[in-house]
Design a protein around this ligand. Structure first.
Ligand SMILES: [Zn+2]
Length: 313
């Protein structure tokens, strides 16, 4: 029998625990969001708890594992949630990342260049891939309105748009990131229907369609060990208020999302690039939401997208 489920929210951080037979006391965490450290407290989150901040959630991982959740929403915004369990059991929620950009309020002082080839904003996270990212597609999850063959073409193109730095700015591809598509399988994307990243990946980077809350376009969950990224799962939301389309955006309904464009953005997350704040509409990692027939369908990388990748790879 499943245990009792309890939940508390403090300062926008919600921790939910399913209690075992012993009936542990419920767990109040009173640290401010953004710098939550719950060291040596019986109120601390522990592996198996669910931590929720904003619209994202992560199962607390075992010691030595970091989980990075990205949600991309139909309003064009994105959110990130990082939960890291140190070897001593300390759970860090949204710890400051030494590679992350300074607060975006700094940049509002000077006028921003926003063109695809002159916006030089960068924002990346640590723990890169050490080698080729091997991935699979759970093809039986494809919506019946789409062709599996065309979806695979778009997913592979979206991945290569990142690893090959595909752009219209005349810049060469200099990043070392590589990927290998291993075909279709039936393993799960380790993201729940309410958008929560599993505590520990299964070691297989999986892409699929599935249920997420209706305001999601897609979600990416990344897992890392102490040093390197080890898995990146992506779920496209079948439950979105908008649909997906493949091939060209021309002639498509404006309410459709182009699979290749969204995949390119999610693959930016796979390779450590974070969501850019508002004000970067021509960046693949910016706030344009990738709807057809938008001016920027996100397939080609902007300068800031490439500079970000090049910081890590
Ligand atoms: Zn995003």
């Amino acid at each position: 029998m499943r245990g009792l489920e309890t939940e508390r929210t403090v300062s926008n951080v919600t921790i939910r625990r399913t209690l075992g037979i012993a009936g542990a006391l419920w767990i109040l965490v009173g640290y401010p969001p953004g710098s939550l450290s719950a060291q040596d407290s019986k109120d601390s989150p522990i592996p198996g708890d669910v931590v929720r901040v904003g619209r994202l959630g992560v199962f607390v991982p075992p010691p030595g594992v970091t989980v990075v959740a990205y949600g991309d929403f139909v309003d064009g915004t994105g959110e990130q949630l990082v939960v890291e369990t140190l070897l001593d059991g300390t759970v860090l929620i949204n710890p400051p990342d030494p590679m992350a950009s300074p607060s975006p309020t700094v940049e509002t002082v000077a006028p921003l260049a926003t063109g695809e080839c002159d916006d030089n904003y960068t924002d990346v996270s640590s723990k890169p891939w050490a080698d080729t990212m091997q991935w699979w597609f759970h093809s039986s999850t494809t919506p019946p309105t789409l062709s599996v063959t065309e979806v695979v073409t778009d997913l592979r193109a979206g991945t290569q748009n990142i690893t090959h730095e595909v752009n219209t700015c005349g810049r060469p591809d200099t990043v070392s990131a590589t990927s290998n598509y291993n075909g279709s399988n039936t393993l799960p994307v380790n993201i729940t229907n309410d958008g929560v990243c599993a505590s520990n990946g299964d070691g297989t980077s999986e892409v699929g369609f599935g249920t997420l809350p209706s305001n999601f376009i897609a979600a990416t969950c990344n897992w890392a060990n102490l040093f390197f990224r080890t898995e990146s799962d992506i779920r496209f939301n079948k439950n979105s208020i908008y649909t997906f389309t493949t091939g060209s955006c021309s002639g498509q309904f404006s309410s459709s999302y182009y699979v290749e464009g969204i995949m390119t953005h999610e693959r930016g997350h796979t390779w450590n690039v974070r969501d850019f704040p508002s004000g970067h509409p021509n960046m693949t990692m910016g706030d344009a939401n990738g709807q057809c027939p938008g001016l920027d369908d996100k397939r080609t990388l902007g300068l800031g997208d490439m500079l970000s990748l090049e910081l890590v790879y």
